[in-house]
Design a protein around this ligand. Structure first.
Ligand code: C2E
Ligand code: CA
Ligand code: CA
Length: 648
C-alpha cells in the first residue's frame, strides 16, 4: 500500500526534523568535547559564543558574566554582528535585560523589550528585536548568562531554541568553571614561579653579600691585605704545590718594634695611617706571586714562592732598610724598626704549622738580640719554644680564670695600723701548681695580654676592697701596672668606666720615665684627677731623678727591697735609704719601704721617718681567707671605716 501524499509530507517533515536534531546533537557533543577539553578561559568563551550562535541560529550571541561582587556584569565574550563593540563593557546589575535575567536567575524568552523602562535599555537592547537569554549556572556558583539576539532570517526564537540553549548553557557553565579553576591553578603556578624567580634573585644577592663578608673576613680592612687566615691558606696551598715542583718557599714574619709607642706618641689615627703606608712600601719590594699579609696589629707576613733563605734574607734586609729610612705620614716622617724571622720549606718544616711556628721563633730571637732579622736556627730558637708554649698557656689561663690575687698588707708606721694591701698575682696552674709572677708577667707584657690581665687584676682587687669594706675594714688597694699599660689610651678608658676608684694606688716602675715625659705628666695628671694614687715601685733600681718626680704628680715612692734588705749591714744602702726618705719628704711624697724581713729593719725605717712598711716580717702575701684570719688577730689591726675621719 503506497503512502498517501499527506503521509509522504509527514515523513519528509520528520526526516528533516531528525536531521536537524541529529545535527544539533552532533553540535552539542562536539561543543561539549571542545570546551570540555579546553582549559584556556578566553578560548572557552570564544567557543561558547560561536557554537551557541550556530545552535540557535542567532545573529549575535553574547556572554555576560557577573562580577565578583555580583553587583554588575561584564560582557565577557560574543559572536556575530556588533559583538565586538559590546564585549568588554560592564553594566550595573540593575540595568538591561541581562541584569533582569541575572537578578531573577531565570530565562527570558519571548519577553518584550518593552517590559523594561527606557533608562534600563542599553544600546544593543534598543536595537534588538528578538532576545533569548538563559542563565549560566555552574556546580558551584551562578556565573552569568548566555544571550541570543535576533534570529537569523527574522522571526522569534522557538521553544526548542530555548531548550537547546539551556542544555548548552549547563555544559558551558561546567566548562567555564573548569577553566576558571584551571586559571586559578595557573595563577598560583605563576605566582609560585614569580616567587621562585624572586627567591632566585634574593639568593643571588645573598651570595654576593656572603662573598663580600667572606672578603671582609679574609682581608684586613685597614690595609686591604690578606689577613692571617687567608695567608695561612695560601701558604698551605703553596706547600702542596711545592711538593710537586720541589721548589722551596720562604715565610717572613715581620714584627714592628714598639709600635705601641707610635700610637701613644702620635695617636691612633696616625698609627693606622703608618700601618697603611708600611703595607704599601713593603708590597713594593715584593716580586710577583708573593703574598704580603697583615697577620695581627703590628705584625706582617710574607709568603715568598720559589725562594730560598738567601733570597728571603735579602728581602728582609731591604725591608728593614726601607723602614729605617722613615715613612712619611701626615706631614710626619716616622722611622720604625722591625724584627723579622724567616723559615723556609722544606728545610725548617714540612707543614704549615711548623713553618709558621719556626718563623715566629726566629722572629722572637731577632727581637731578643735586636738583630733585625734571623733565619730560623733550631739550636738558638729551641729555648724560645718553651716560651712559645708558655704564651699559649697564658692565653688559655686568662680565659679559664686560672689567675688569682694574693694580698700583702701595708703597715702605716704612724698609726700602727694596716691601712692597705698590695695585690700580687699568682697563677694556679692545673699541673704545675702555684706559679710566681716573675714567671709570667713579662711574658704577658710581651704578648699584649697584659692589658686584659691588668683590667682583671684591678677589677678583682676592687671587689676585694669592697668586700672588706663590708666588714668595716678600710684598706687601700695597690695594683701593679706596667708602663705599657699605663700609657695605653684603652687603659684610661677602662679607668673611666669605673664609678669610683678612690683608695686605689697604681704601682708603676721607674721605667715610665724613659718615655715621653710630657705625655707621662699628662697621663699621671688625668689619673690623679680620677682620685687614683700613683706609687713609684722598686725606687732606686732604675732611672728616675728628683727632677722627673717633681714634674709628674706621683704621691708615693716605694724603696726597693734590695736597699732595705741590707741597710743594717751595708753603709751605702743605709745612706741611700736615708737620703731617699729625706728627699721624698721634701717633695711632699710619702715613702714606703718594701722587703722588711725583721724587727730591726722595721725599727730603723721607723726612726728614719719612713711612712709605711711592707714585708714578710709584717705578713707574707696571702689569699683573702688566710689574710682575714691574720688581720683579725694581728698586733697591727686593720684601719676601720669609722676611724677614717678621725685619722684624716
Ligand atoms: P713587686 O711589685 O716588687 O712586688 C713585691 C714582691 O716582693 C712580691 O713578690 C712579694 O711577694 C715580695 N716580697 C714582699 N715582702 C718581701 C720580703 O720581706 N722579702 C722578700 N724577699 N720578698 C718580699 P711576688 O709576689 O713574687 O711578685 C714579684 C713581682 O711580680 C712583683 O714585684 C711585681 O713586679 C710583679 N707582679 C706581681 N703581681 C703583679 C701584677 O698583678 N701585675 C703586674 N704587672 N706585676 C705583678
Ligand atoms: Ca709592686
Ligand atoms: Ca717592688
Amino acid at each position: 500500500m503506497a503512502a498517501g501524499p499527506q503521509a509522504q509530507q509527514e515523513l519528509e517533515r520528520l526526516r528533516l526534523e531528525l536531521g536537524e536534531r541529529e545535527s544539533e546533537i552532533a553540535l552539542l557533543l562536539d561543543t561539549a568535547r571542545l570546551i570540555g577539553s579546553e582549559l584556556d578561559l578566553d578560548r572557552v568563551f570564544e567557543a561558547i559564543a560561536a557554537r551557541a550562535r550556530v545552535l540557535i541560529k542567532a545573529e549575535t550571541v553574547l556572554v555576560p558574566l557577573l562580577t565578583a561582587d555580583h553587583r554588575a556584569y561584564t560582557y565577557r565574550a560574543g559572536a556575530g554582528g556588533n559583538a565586538d563593540e559590546i564585549v568588554g563593557q560592564t553594566l550595573p546589575i540593575e540595568v538591561g535585560l541581562c541584569g533582569w535575567v541575572l537578578r531573577h536567575q531565570r530565562p527570558w524568552w519571548l519577553g518584550a523589550l518593552d517590559e523594561l523602562n527606557a533608562e534600563e535599555r542599553n544600546l544593543w537592547e534598543h536595537e534588538a528585536g528578538a532576545v533569548l537569554l538563559v542563565p549560566l549556572v555552574g556546580r558551584h556558583s551562578f556565573l552569568g548568562g548566555l544571550a541570543g539576539i535576533n534570529k537569523q532570517g527574522g522571526g522569534n526564537f522557538t521553544r526548542r531554541d530555548l531548550n537547546l540553549l539551556q542544555l548548552f548553557a549547563a555544559q558551558a557553565a561546567i566548562a567555564i568553571e573548569n577553566a576558571m579553576a584551571m586559571e586559578k591553578v595557573e595563577q598560583a603556578r605563576r605566582e609560585a614561579e614569580n616567587h621562585q624567580l624572586e627567591l632566585h634573585r634574593l639568593n643571588k644577592r645573598l651570595n654576593a653579600a656572603n662573598r663580600q663578608l667572606e672578603q671582609m673576613s679574609l682581608f684586613d680592612p685597614l690595609t686591604g691585605l690578606p689577613n692571617r687566615s687567608l695567608f695561612r691558606d695560601r701558604v698551605q696551598h703553596e706547600i702542596e704545590a711545592s711538593k710537586a715542583t720541589a721548589a722551596p718557599l720562604a715565610i717572613l714574619l715581620i714584627d714592628l718594634d714598639k709600635f705601641q709607642d707610635v700610637n701613644n706618641d702620635y695617636g691612633q689615627e696616625t698609627g693606622d695611617a703608618l700601618l697603611k703606608a708600611i703595607a704599601a712600601q713593603l708590597s713594593g719590594l715584593l716580586k710577583p706571586g708573593s703574598t704580603l699579609s697583615r697577620v695581627s696589629g703590628d705584625e706582617f707576613a710574607v709568603l715568598l714562592c720559589a725562594a730560598d733563605t738567601d733570597e728571603a734574607l735579602a728581602l728582609a734586609q731591604a725591608m728593614n732598610a726601607q723602614l729605617a729610612a722613615g715613612i712619611s705620614v701626615r706631614k710626619e716622617r716616622i722611622a720604625v724598626s722591625a724584627s723579622i724571622g724567616i723559615a723556609a720549606y722544606p728545610v725548617h718544616g714540612s707543614n704549615l704549622s711548623t713553618l709558621m711556628k719556626n718563623a715566629d721563633l726566629a722572629m722572637s730571637g731577632t727581637k731578643r738580640d735586636r738583630a733585625g732579622v734571623h733565619v730560623f736556627d733550631p739550636a738558638r730558637d729551641a729555648a724560645t719554644e718553651g716560651r712559645y708554649a708558655l704564651i699559649q698557656h697564658l692565653r688559655e689561663a686568662l680565659d679559664r680564670e686560672e689567675f688569682t690575687l694574693f694580698y700583702q698588707p701595708k703597715l702605716d708606721l704612724a698609726s700602727g695600723r694596716i691601712t692597705g694591701c698590695e695585690a700580687l698575682a699568682r697563677w694556679l696552674h692545673p699541673q704545675r701548681g702555684m706559679v710566681p709572677p716573675d714567671m709570667f708577667i713579662s711574658a704577658l707584657e710581651q704578648t699584649g695580654l697584659i692589658l686584659p690581665f691588668t683590667r682583671w687584676a684591678i677589677d678583682t682587687a676592687l671587689r676585694q676592697r669592697q668586700a672588706w669594706r663590708k666588714r668595716g675594714w678600710n684598706l687601700d688597694m695597690a695594683v701593679n701596672v706596667p708602663p705599657g699599660v699605663l700609657m695605653n689610651p684603652e687603659f684610661m678608658a677602662f679607668l673611666d668606666a669605673h664609678e669610683t676608684l678612690d683608695g686605689v694606688t697604681l704601682e708603676i716602675t721607674e721605667n715610665v720615665f724613659l718615655g715621653d715625659l710630657e705625655r707621662l705628666a699628662a697621663v699621671v695628671a688625668s689619673i690623679r684627677a680620677r682620685y687614683v694614687s700613683l706609687s713609684i715601685d722598686d725606687f732606686g733600681t732604675g732611672y728616675s731623678s728628683l727632677q722627673r718626680l717633681r714634674q709628674t704628680a706621683v704621691s708615693e715612692i716605694k724603696i726597693d727591697r734590695s736597699f732595705v734588705k741590707d741597710m743594717l749591714d751595708n753603709k751605702d744602702d743605709a745612706v741611700i735609704v736615708h737620703s731617699t726618705i729625706e728627699l721624698a719628704h721634701n717633695l711632699g711624697l710619702r715613702v714606703i719601704g718594701e722587703g722588711v724581713e725583721n724587727e730591726a729593719t722595721l725599727a730603723r725605717l721607723s726612726s728614719l721617718g719612713c711612712d709605711s712598711v711592707q714585708g714578710y716580717h709584717i705578713c707574707r702575701p696571702l689569699p683573702p681567707p688566710v689574710l682575714e684570719e691574720f688581720l683579725g688577730r694581728s698586733a697591727w689591726p686593720p684601719r676601720l671605716i669609722a676611724t677614717t675621719r678621725a685619722q684624716a
